[in-house]
Design a protein around this ligand. Structure first.
Ligand SMILES: *[C@@H]1O[C@H](CO)[C@@H](O)[C@H](O)[C@H]1NC(C)=O
Ligand SMILES: *[C@@H]1O[C@H](CO)[C@@H](O)[C@H](O)[C@H]1NC(C)=O
Ligand SMILES: *[C@@H]1O[C@H](CO)[C@@H](O)[C@H](O)[C@H]1NC(C)=O
Ligand SMILES: *[C@@H]1O[C@H](CO)[C@@H](O)[C@H](O)[C@H]1NC(C)=O
Ligand SMILES: *[C@@H]1O[C@H](CO)[C@@H](O)[C@H](O)[C@H]1NC(C)=O
Ligand SMILES: *[C@@H]1O[C@H](CO)[C@@H](O)[C@H](O)[C@H]1NC(C)=O
Ligand SMILES: *[C@@H]1O[C@H](CO)[C@@H](O)[C@H](O)[C@H]1NC(C)=O
Ligand SMILES: *[C@@H]1O[C@H](CO)[C@@H](O)[C@H](O)[C@H]1NC(C)=O
Length: 802
């Protein structure tokens, strides 16, 4: 009997996996019936349009929710108070059915805009009127620019296109982007969607992109943040510790991330905290996985206490699509009934369900006494306040004039080229081979699986791009090009390598495009190694051996690849990493190869050697190394072994020198008698100051320090330099990070010129550490500030005094 039961549950679990794999190809996959979702009417303007009410035969003056003299919270409450229980539950799925009786129309909450307006969610679509939208590079490449104003600028352009499409009935107002999970493991299939492995950089990207999407110019700072107008609503996802998709049979629907509180605070939650506090995002999405046994969407500590309580979210919390089904059927959470499951997540603080569980089961859950109706009211209030801030009820005069001409405009397409140019990283450039002069290199061999890339360049969560500039197009516009594919991405055989070698033999220069694509790294697909697929390595080596002119290797990928062989091959003169560079990728690459743009991108994640992944399973969450197990640790903050290219690596066609012009070298912080000195864990024999640390929660955290760096361009070409600043805690504190990014700034410096860059840091944010017990401390003593890759470093003393 027992055997039968376990066999049965194994069988059911297997069934679930296989249906999940089929029915849920991406997270926000359509819930069972979205194909029948009626499109938003093109003539629909705003809810509280008096003529709409006339058409519906309703007297608008009797509906206080349309009274613009009242605060949003009062209006939202009025709306919710007029609904019956069964009407309420029909508004808390991604497809909100509306309540015609009281003039409330349907709304589809699910749209996506990860790197351009996308039609992945049912709220947005393209057709003859709007055939496409500007498709920017995938986020990992845009992140490599380390340019905060670019990140915000892209958000502004995407939201302008989204608003224009909304006016034409082609898009929603609520976008479930960006994806801000930290890249913990180099095998992760969704690296392309994220800003990399550094929690501060990821948080900073999140805050900037969200502000670009959400902020209405001139109204960024209102007194009451719950009534702050929104251009479109963004959503930071997937909360939290979500970074295994499908690795050797372990999938995200069943994965239980075992995470220490230290790693949680320091790494997994930090970008979300920055997104909510610095970006003032209006939504957060919880993830499919469990954290320490509890599904994230059912954890009141993660949702209610942290996002809504501690961080004070102004907005709503949404589930990943069909998350409630996943936690019930996949994780078998508490062996709950449908009603128990919806009651659990509602009580945990989940406001909106991407799926049908809330709509189908919440009414019964209330009737059965499992959850109070008041919990639904609270969620609905959060949801309607967001829609009011978006102008859904009252219209948005600032955006009313946006239309077709604001989508795929020349200016927007130029920004897509600019974003790719700014992100592309120069990894190798022996003897200054690049840039090529177009006068001397008239005949080019353009070779490789990505030489004619189009769709590959826009990655996943893409919409339909305005147009494509493939590498082949772009180089053909400048030179006489011979094109050979060599092999496709999987490169299963060598038959086409010979013609590629022939082309390279006759060309003045060879540009070889290799790398990965969504068949190797994608949602629901993690990598198992860090190598180029199939015979790609052979293609590169054989072409390099016979090429007449210089060989330039261009890699398209999101995750790093172990290309040590190419790095060490003297026949390969230059290497560029181009991420997935978006619709204009070809132009951006040719601009860099021919010197119209001097690259300044930096790797936003470590490029590990192939054997790194043999030392740790993808499912092991800890960031810190464990020497006795040979566990190497993760990310540049904790891994100290050798790499192919380190985090932050990137070359230029020119050379920069740094000089600190002014700097403060210490900070004296006066303590009151209630601010106690706390102990830290020190390494054996390490010096222990008399007052080792103070709890950040006990401090007012107003203390700042600043310095100025002069960046000199001592080379012969104008260039762009990313100035990275790291802090390093005082030596002797046990098991802390080797260093951490605390700021960066990208500057343009003309050849022979110099520019001063001023940095200001908050001591609590930039110098604190999280201890094993989950306390956040500011340690006293000698911290180190590093500018660049060790170019300059200076001690910085923190002193506490009573
Ligand atoms: C838009 O309005 C026009 C004229 O008022 C009408 O003919 C058309 O059917 C409307 N379209 C939609 C999608 O409601
Ligand atoms: C940063 O990005 C903006 C685009 O928003 C661009 O105008 C500026 O030149 C970039 N800065 C550098 C140094 O590349
Ligand atoms: C939810 O309800 C709809 C409409 O009654 C039904 O078609 C669908 O199968 C239900 N889905 C689930 C998962 O219960
Ligand atoms: C650079 O050029 C010099 C002179 O032509 C040559 O001796 C040297 O080997 C080259 N170095 C590399 C790394 O190609
Ligand atoms: C390049 O790709 C485009 C789009 O996929 C295709 O139409 C074209 O034929 C390709 N060019 C060559 C030379 O294969
Ligand atoms: C273009 O390249 C082809 C193939 O290498 C060559 O035969 C031809 O002469 C070149 N044309 C010019 C104008 O250089
Ligand atoms: C080798 O690869 C090429 C290009 O991908 C394909 O057209 C050909 O059929 C393959 N040959 C064999 C023997 O698999
Ligand atoms: C890494 O850290 C260990 C332990 O502190 C040390 O023994 C080792 O030398 C370090 N390795 C490198 C490459 O710095």
């Amino acid at each position: 009997m027992a055997t039968n039961i376990s066999f049965l549950s194994f069988f059911l679990a297997f069934l679930f996996v296989s249906t999940a794999a089929r029915d849920v190809p991406f997270d926000e996959s359509p819930s069972p019936s979205p194909s029948s979702t009626p499109k938003i009417k093109s003539n629909f303007t705003y809810v509280c349009d008096p003529s709409r009410f006339d058409d519906l035969g309703l007297d608008i003056t009797t509906f206080s929710y349309c009274d613009t003299s009242l605060p949003f919270t009062v209006r939202a409450k009025d709306l919710v108070d007029q609904m019956t229980l069964s009407e309420k539950v029909r508004q808390i799925g991604d497809l909100a059915y509306g309540v015609p009786r009281i003039g409330l129309p349907k709304y589809e909450w699910w749209s996506e805009a990860l790197h351009g307006v996308s039609d992945v969610g049912p709220g947005t679509h393209f057709d003859e009127l709007i055939p496409g939208a500007t498709s920017f590079p995938t986020v990992i490449l845009t992140a490599a620019s380390f340019n905060e104003s670019l990140w915000k600028n892209i958000g502004q352009v995407v939201s302008t296109e989204a608003r224009a499409m909304y006016n034409l009935g082609r898009a929603g107002l609520t976008y479930w982007s960006p994806n801000i999970n930290v890249v913990r493991d180099p095998r992760w299939g969704r690296i392309t969607e994220t800003p990399g492995e550094d929690p501060y950089t990821v948080g900073s990207y999140a805050a900037n992109y969200v502000r670009g999407l959400q902020d209405v110019e001139g109204q960024e700072n209102t007194k009451d943040l719950n009534s702050r107008p929104l251009k479109v609503s963004a959503c930071c996802k997937h909360y939290a510790a979500y970074d295994v998709d499908n690795w050797l049979g372990v999938d995200r629907y069943h994965f239980d991330a075992r995470v220490t509180e230290q790693d949680m605070l320091e790494t997994f939650l930090r970008p979300f905290e920055m997104c909510v506090k610095d970006g003032d995002v209006s939504s957060v999405m919880c993830s499919y996985n469990r954290v320490n046994g509890i599904p994230t969407c059912a954890d009141p500590k993660l949702l209610k206490d942290t996002i809504r309580g501690e961080w004070d979210l102004h907005g709503y919390i949404v589930s990943d699509c069909d998350s409630i089904e996943v936690l019930m059927d996949g994780a078998k959470w508490l062996d709950d009934t449908h009603e128990d499951a919806v009651a659990q997540v509602l009580k945990a603080g989940l406001d909106l369900d991407c799926g049908v569980y809330y709509t189908n089961f919440t009414e019964n859950a209330v009737m059965q006494g499992k959850v109070r109706e008041n919990e639904i009211d609270k969620s609905l209030n959060y949801l309607y306040v967001v829609l009011m801030r978006l102008g859904f009820f009252d219209g948005s005069p600032s955006f009313i004039s946006l239309g077709k001409e604001n989508v795929c405009s020349d200016e927007h397409i130029e920004l897509a080229v600019e974003a790719a140019r700014e992100g592309i990283v120069l990894l190798k450039n022996d003897n200054d081979t690049l840039p090529l002069s177009s006068n001397n290199f008239k005949n080019l061999a353009v070779i490789g699986p990505h030489a004619n890339a189009t769709k590959v360049m826009v990655g996943n969560y893409a919409g339909i791009p305005c147009q494509y500039s493939s590498p082949l197009d772009a180089f053909s516009a400048i030179a006489n090009v011979t094109y050979e594919i060599g092999c496709d991405v999987m490169c299963k055989n060598e038959t086409l390598i010979f013609p590629a070698m022939q082309a390279a033999k006759n060309a003045d220069a060879t540009i070889l495009f290799v790398g990965l694509d969504l068949s190797v790294e994608a949602e629901s697909l993690d990598r198992v190694d860090l190598l180029l697929p199939g015979y790609q390595t052979q293609l590169i080596n054989q072409v390099a051996a016979v090429a007449k002119g210089p060989l330039i290797l261009v890699i398209m990928s999101a995750g790093g690849v172990d290309i040590s062989f190419a790095k060490n091959n003297p026949n390969i003169k230059a290497i560029l990493w181009a991420g997935y560079p978006g619709e204009e990728g070809g132009r951006a690459i040719s601009d860099i190869v021919f010197g119209k743009y001097n690259p300044g991108g930096r790797l936003p994640l470590t490029w590990h050697k192939a054997d790194y992944v043999d030392q740790l399973p993808m499912t092991s969450m800890p960031l810190r190394p464990v020497e006795e197990f040979g566990y190497p640790g993760r990310t540049y903050k904790f891994f100290n072994g050798s790499t192919v290219y380190p985090f932050g690596y990137g070359l230029s066609y020119t050379k920069f020198n740094y000089q600190i012009t002014t700097s403060q070298r210490s900070l004296d912080i006066k303590l009151d008698k209630y601010q106690h000195c706390r102990d830290l864990t020190f390494e054996d024999g390490a010096y222990r100051p008399s007052c080792p640390a103070v709890l950040v929660d006990d401090m007012s955290c107003n203390d700042e320090f600043e310095f100025e760096v002069e960046v000199q361009n001592v080379g012969s070409k104008d260039g762009n330099e990313v100035v990275m600043v790291y802090s390093k805690p005082p030596t002797g504190i046990a098991r802390t990070h080797a260093k951490q990014v605390i700021g960066f700034n990208r500057v343009f410096v003309p050849a022979g010129g110099s520019k001063k860059v001023k940095f200001t840091f908050n001591a609590c944010k930039s110098l604190s550490i999280v201890e094993n017990n989950g306390y956040k401390f500011l340690p006293s003593g000698g911290h180190t500030i590093m500018v660049g890759d060790g170019e300059i470093s200076f001690p910085f003393q923190v002193n506490f005094q009573y």
